[in-house]
Design a protein around this ligand. Structure first.
Ligand code: FES
Ligand SMILES: [Fe+2]
Length: 317
């Protein structure tokens, strides 16, 4: 049977799983990503952890009634406790823990007010970290997290948009795009596309800069138009189901305390664009051998760059 999107479903990458604010110290969150039930919890020491939700004992879902105690998480069924490394550290009715009993633990990284988990099909350790944005540390910026979009697609298909210059005109009505400049450094792929934007002040020449970090994180800004940064994240939930979010960092209007007009426009425009992309993504197939027009070589470069995120196990799956 041929699949609509014939790609291994979960590339090796860092993926956003929660906002920092959603998981305070001592809190636990029940999640589903990568086709698995997961928990994200934060110990009293402030460290976030992302782990498989099912207890090694009799399989209770720790996300349903489990709780954090100190720097451990406790299963609701018989109160077995697990540490941040996933190891069982206590069975309350026995002298010793079972060191072999453990929860699958995902490497976790927190930055920009987001919690990221590393997924690797072959359980390889990460060799790079998500970027830390200056805007996230700057008081002059306000932060907004979008509601999630659930998209029946694949992270690679979604991020291919960044180098598909022609669609900006026909799907988003952004005209006058020029050349794309590409910079590739390991897990980072930056594309800078010059565009002419319609703004309240008329048409303005600028550039959309998109910086992909693996297949889960895209840091976007509009050069030449105004200050602000956007983290667009896409995380696989199941095969052919992705949850996408925006986190916006926009300048504060010091008089009103509200986001600047440019910031408001940016958030509106990016949210509008994604709702235009979704129906295309949800209905299209993935063409392994697309017929490309002249000037669309960036799509080929992108597809070559993504190969590094599919390890041998992912390809075999
Ligand atoms: S099932 Fe978790 S402690 Fe028994
Ligand atoms: Fe798009």
């Amino acid at each position: 049977m041929s699949k609509r999107i014939n790609l291994p479903p979960f590339p090796d990458s860092w993926y956003r799983v929660a906002t920092s604010a959603e998981v305070g110290a001592g809190q636990i969150l029940s999640l589903r990503y990568f086709g698995e039930e997961l928990i994200c919890w934060r110990g009293e020491d402030g460290e976030p952890h992302v782990q498989g939700a099912y207890c090694a004992h009799l399989g209770a879902n720790i996300g349903c009634g489990g709780f954090v105690k100190g720097d451990t998480v406790v299963c609701p069924f018989h109160h077995w406790r697990y540490g941040g490394d996933g190891r069982n550290v206590e069975i309350p009715y026995r002298d010793k823990p079972q060191r072999a009993a453990r929860l699958a633990s995902y490497p976790t990284f927190e930055a920009n007010g987001l919690i990221y988990a590393w997924y690797s099909a072959e359980k390889a350790e990460p060799e790079w970290n998500p970027p830390v944005l200056d805007e996230a540390l700057d008081d002059g910026y306000m932060r907004f997290d979008s509601e999630p979009w659930e998209i029946r697609s694949h992270v690679q298909e979604i991020f291919e948009n960044t180098v598909d210059i022609a669609h900006f005109q026909f799907v988003h009505g952004v005209s006058g795009f020029g050349a794309v400049e590409l910079v590739q450094e390991g897990p980072m792929f930056r594309s800078i596309a010059s565009v002419t934007m319609k703004t309240p002040r008329g048409e303005v020449n600028g550039a959309v800069e998109s910086e992909l970090w693996g297949l889960g994180i895209d840091c976007v800004r509009q050069r030449g138009l105004g200050p602000g940064k956007t983290i667009f994240t896409a995380t696989p939930v199941e095969e052919e189901l992705v949850r996408a979010n925006y986190t916006f960092f926009v300048k504060r209007n010091e008089e009103t305390g509200e986001p600047s007009n440019y910031g408001k426009g940016l958030m509106r425009e990016f949210s509008r664009q994604i709702t235009q992309d979704i129906p295309i993504w949800e209905a299209k197939i993935y063409r392994e051998q697309p017929r490309l027009a002249m000037g669309e070589g960036a799509i080929v470069d992108f597809r070559r760059w993504v190969e590094q995120f599919y390890g041998p196990a992912a390809v075999a799956a």
